[in-house]
Write a protein that binds this ligand. Structure first.
Ligand code: NAG
Ligand code: NAG
Ligand code: ZN
Length: 492
């Protein structure tokens, strides 16, 4: 099975690296090999020896019960041995050494900031990892367990038991919605629900298929038309789910669509619907999203072929055609940019769709790209901290306005930072550039106000927010979305 092979590959790579490190005298962080010094050749060798015959452990019975047959393609045991740790840094040097070590062992780093990082690691490789970290990070006071039982945390994000929803165009949207937002939903259920929503409000919602993914799924946009016909269609664009595992961004965007159209007679929604057009692409990465439901809950990229069979997928948020940069690492990187800009089909279709709507008279006043996690509002540019955004003062004012709205709604604190700082923190500068983001792309084609927002939390559940948070998160994001749209109509 493919997954098992990938894990085997990662383990072997780890073991090889580890040996290399031991040979390299003391494991201080000046002298361990860069990932690019052990790349394709080793991968290829391993691929040849194990490529077609990886064994898989298809255990589907879970301890703790609660197994659900409808997700029987998922090999739950892949998370069994894993935990997520948080490391605290006391210097940039420590952080750099940490990122290097994580890259060498092909670990999945969930979140990084100046001060800390969350990383997924198996219990069996924990010691190896510590050995290649600087001494100060090996101390037990430098790190703690964020998620002890990853398997359980993963399972707790899936609908339990018999909660499969049957949605038809004859269902009632209001009673359906009540059920709908109690759980995360798979792609088919989401698309059925969108069909129902469009059928309920045919006068101002249209669903548009903007292209097909590599695996042949529809990429769908929800177009909510302004009720007044005007020459210049002021348009707000919202995307979510660029990264497959960030389910909370998808549920929040769907909730925003629902609230906006069902509250159509209320004052604020009414005036927004009268004067603005909205384009939502709630599942920007349908293949990756489906893969995260059926095979690996923690999948991030799309599922496109990279020319390297062991590692599929392009990172949509590095694929856009604005300061696009080739990765120097392998396609196995979680932020692999593809071999050229817009190679990711979803990105190509989205860009074509934006071009098309532009020629139809839409003018992009606002863009929000919802991700998770870390509770931050990121403003342009992502590709470089030297590039200054237009009109920075007003951009910041709006960002703080969004943060304040969230704080009033739920008490949650969101920090406002330039996107370049987040990109710097996240990607190893040796492997990935910071270019090619959706945020920069949209800002560059003159979406006047543009932000990437990383939703809750700051590091308790990470990508695995239990379902009881779906509504609280959706509500604070909806309020900030309304604030955003209102600001666009009435800038101060
Ligand atoms: C890391 O820092 C956070 C925030 O300052 C703190 O709450 C946590 O206890 C620290 N972790 C360790 C292992 O010291
Ligand atoms: C969209 O338009 C820009 C120029 O305005 C062009 O460079 C780009 O290739 C177009 N994108 C697609 C996918 O056609
Ligand atoms: Zn993301």
């Amino acid at each position: 099975m493919f997954l098992a092979r990938q894990r085997l590959l990662a383990t072997l790579l780890g073991a090889l690296t580890f040996l290399a490190l031991l040979v390299c005298a003391e494991p201080s962080f000046g002298n361990f090999p860069a990932a690019e010094s052990l790349p394709k050749k080793i991968y290829d060798t391993i691929a040849r020896s194990f490529g077609s015959s990886g064994s898989s452990n298809n255990q589907q019975v879970l301890d703790g019960g609660a197994a659900h047959e409808e997700f029987s393609t998922m090999d739950w045991s892949q998370y069994e041995d894993d935990m997520v740790l948080t490391f605290n840094f006391t210097s940039p040097r420590e952080k750099k050494a940490f990122m290097r070590a994580a890259e060498v062992l092909v670990l999945d780093v969930w979140k990084v900031s100046k001060a800390s990082a969350d990383v997924r690691i198996s219990r069996s490789r924990y010691r190896d990892f510590l050995r290649i970290l600087p001494k100060s990070l090996r101390k037990s006071t430098s790190h703690s367990v964020m998620i002890e039982d990853l398997q359980h945390a993963v399972i707790s994000t899936f609908p339990m038991g018999n909660k499969e929803m049957q949605i038809t165009k004859e269902s009632d949207i209001h009673t359906t919605a009540e059920m709908f937002f109690k759980d995360y939903r798979d792609l088919d259920t989401i698309y059925d629900w969108l069909d129902l929503l469009a059928a309920t409000y045919p006068s101002y919602i249209s669903l548009e298929v903007i292209g097909q993914t590599a695996e042949g799924r529809d990429l769908k946009a929800i177009h909510i038309h302004s009720r007044n016909s005007v020459d210049e269609k002021k348009t707000v664009v919202v995307t979510s789910g660029l990264h497959a595992r960030e389910w909370i961004s998808v549920s929040s965007a769907l909730y925003a669509v629902f609230q906006l159209v069902t509250n159509n007679d209320k004052n604020q929604e009414g005036s927004l619907l009268d004067q603005l057009d909205f384009l939502f692409v709630p599942v920007m990465n349908p293949d990756g999203y489906t893969y995260s439901w059926e095979h690996d809950r923690l999948w991030r990229k799309n599922r496109q072929d990279t020319g390297f069979s062991l590692c599929r997928g392009i990172d949509l948020d590095h694929s856009f055609n604005f300061h696009w940069q080739a990765s120097t690492g392998t396609p196995c990187s979680e932020s692999y940019a593809g071999s050229r800009a817009h190679e990711a089909l979803e990105v190509h279709h989205f860009s074509r769709y934006i071009n098309k709507t532009k020629t139809e008279g839409h003018k992009y006043y606002g863009y929000l790209d919802w991700h998770s996690y870390s509770q931050s509002i990121l403003y342009p540019y992502a590709y470089s901290c030297d590039a200054e955004p237009r009109d920075e003062e007003n951009l910041l004012e709006l960002a703080y306005g969004l943060a304040k709205t969230i704080r009033w709604t739920s008490g949650k604190h969101f920090e406002v930072i330039p996107a370049c700082q987040d990109r710097d923190g996240f990607y190893s500068p040796d492997v990935e550039g910071s270019g090619g983001s959706a945020l920069d792309f949209m800002y560059n084609i003159h979406a006047i106000w543009a932000f990437q927002i990383k939703l809750r939390d700051t590091g308790n559940y990470g990508f695995l927010m239990p379902k009881k948070y779906i509504l609280p998160v959706a509500k604070e994001m909806y309020n900030s979305f309304k604030y955003f749209s209102d600001f666009i109509l009435n800038p101060e």
